[in-house]
Design a protein around this ligand. Structure first.
Ligand SMILES: [Zn+2]
Ligand SMILES: [Zn+2]
Length: 348
């Protein structure tokens, strides 16, 4: 099969022919219909903590059709997505971690981010049936491939305990910030104010449920928020992930504001804790999601209460993927780009 393979820092992904995966016991092989490009994939191909080895096939936000099954209860032709997270099956027995940690398990392997579990920047991907989830009737693979980033947003909103009437500020309108805005509204937030530099992303925020948008290049974010909502935020979501953002959150917070840090900052950062003391701010760092988050996202997609179409700005073939991927290293106005390996064969 054709796959996009990582061949070292500074090189574009390489389209190569590699062996098509085979389903062992408890496994499923999917024909990849759609796979999202994620900021984590960019991190994974740069020098730093998350750099993956030569030979890795990325792609952890996917949906597709079962073409081979090694697990009872699953049928060829069913449309599925899968939680790309393999934690230990029985952590407690190993004595080093606790059961149910999921993505937080110290032994976790993530499909498409570890070299031994190839991802879905490929025509086919193999998944553990234990982590697979059927797409509900109304969810096509195009929307199904957004389940992963949506689940990150839902998990952050749950961690921030957003409730009815809350005033919420979201910093950054990439896929995760936008997912946070969607679920903050669903949880009953009265004000969901999204701050973002890129006009196209601000526009998407408006379509996805933000009650106001702020251009931080032109307005003081804290002042603009108070003007819109009448008070400081109850919850601030940091979904930018660059140094200095936590300090900004602390400054804009009111008394007892909850700050949820969902952006992943790769650098050292500093903030003034005393300001946080004087307002009794809570700062919660979050990572990923759990399986229950995925179930809720799929239910909401099925019922139409979450419509992720404004998140998807582009679709590319596998052959177009390397160029699209490199393009995302510079600031872009795109939100979610989906890879469609099927487009290549359609073109001959
Ligand atoms: Zn992702
Ligand atoms: Zn574990």
């Amino acid at each position: 099969m054709k796959a996009a393979v990582f061949r070292g820092v500074g090189k574009p992904l390489s389209i190569e022919t590699i062996p098509t995966p085979k389903a062992g016991p408890g496994e499923l092989v999917l024909r990849v219909h759609h796979c999202g490009i994620c900021g984590s994939d960019l991190h994974a191909t740069q020098e730093g903590t998350f750099l993956v080895p030569d030979g890795t096939v990325l792609g952890h936000e996917f949906a597709g059709e079962i073409v081979e099954t090694g697990a009872p209860g699953w049928k060829v032709g069913e449309m599925v997505t899968a939680v790309p997270v393999y934690s230990c099956v029985d952590c407690a027995a190993l004595g080093e971690c606790k059961d149910g940690l999921g993505i937080l398990c110290p032994r976790v392997r993530i499909v498409g981010l570890h070299v031994d579990v190839p991802g879905a920047y490929a025509e086919y991907v193999k998944v553990s049936a234990r982590e697979a989830m059927r797409l509900p009737a109304q969810v096509k693979t195009r929307e199904g491939a957004t389940t992963e980033p949506l689940a990150v947003g839902l998990h952050a909103v749950r961690s921030g305990k957003v409730g009815i009437g809350d005033r919420v500020l979201v910093l950054g309108a990439g896929p995760i910030g936008l997912a946070v805005a969607i679920f903050a509204r669903i949880c009953g937030a009265r004000n969901v104010v999204v701050s973002e530099y890129a006009p196209a992303r601000r526009e998407a925020a408006g379509r996805l449920g933000a009650t106001a948008v702020i251009d931080p290049a032109r307005e003081d974010v804290g002042a603009a928020f108070r003007q819109h909502a009448g008070a400081p935020p109850d919850v601030i979501f940091e979904s930018v992930g660059i140094p200095g953002m936590i300090q900004k959150c602390v400054e804009m917070a009111g008394v007892h504001t909850r700050v949820v840090v969902v952006g992943v900052c790769m650098h050292e950062d500093r903030f003034a804790p005393m300001i946080a003391n004087f307002k009794e701010i809570s700062i919660q760092f979050v990572m990923g999601y759990g399986r229950p988050d995925w179930r809720v996202v799929l239910d909401l997609l099925d019922s139409g209460r979450v419509d992720p179409r404004a998140l998807i700005t582009d679709e590319v073939s596998l052959a177009q993927l390397p160029a699209a991927f490199e393009g995302l290293r510079k600031p872009s106005t795109q939100i979610k780009i989906l890879v469609r390996p099927g487009l290549d064969s359609a073109a001959g």
